[in-house]
Design a protein around this ligand. Structure first.
Ligand SMILES: [Zn+2]
Length: 152
């Protein structure tokens, strides 16, 4: 029997699996998301050594590896650094494609926040344009409590 199994061709089947999962966003992520939910505020962390201001906030500086404990509020508006048009549907993004995903340098931050850009025709989106967060009315402690960023 074992010999026969060795001679037998092993078939492979390609597919996708969908597995529900839950994970902790940690103390820094929790505070960030709760500020979005409760106060419509965007908070960042500042490195005590190199002064970098991170949005989303980080507990450890990715540049100098210092522990970060200082929180600073940043503006809910900033400059679009770059963007792309997403043409496929994904369960991570509500609505129907195409979507514009951009990296926004919020005023007061040193790192970019990745988020949706909307409220503007796609051919009018430009690097360098100023954008502002549009918050959901009913927020739940999720990055999509900011529905999107719109031009200002
Ligand atoms: Zn640092």
């Amino acid at each position: 029997m074992a010999q026969k199994q060795q001679d037998q061709e092993l078939l492979q089947y390609e597919s996708r699996i969908k597995v529900p999962y839950t994970w902790s966003v940690g103390e820094v992520g929790s505070r960030f998301l709760m500020e979005l939910k409760e106060n419509r505020k965007i908070w960042a962390t500042r490195c005590p050594s190199c002064d970098m201001v991170f949005v989303p906030p980080k507990k450890t500086c990715t540049y100098c590896f210092s522990d970060i404990h200082e929180w600073v509020e940043v503006k809910d508006e900033g400059v679009l650094q770059t963007f792309t048009v997403v043409r496929y549907e994904t369960p991570l993004i509500p609505g129907k494609p195409p979507y514009i995903i951009g990296i926004i340098m919020l005023d007061g931050a040193d790192t970019g926040l990745v988020h949706l850009i909307a409220g503007v025709p796609h051919d009018k989106v430009k690097v360098g344009m100023r954008v502002k967060a549009v918050f959901e009315e009913k927020r739940k402690g999720h990055i999509l409590d900011i529905n999107h960023f719109k031009p200002i």
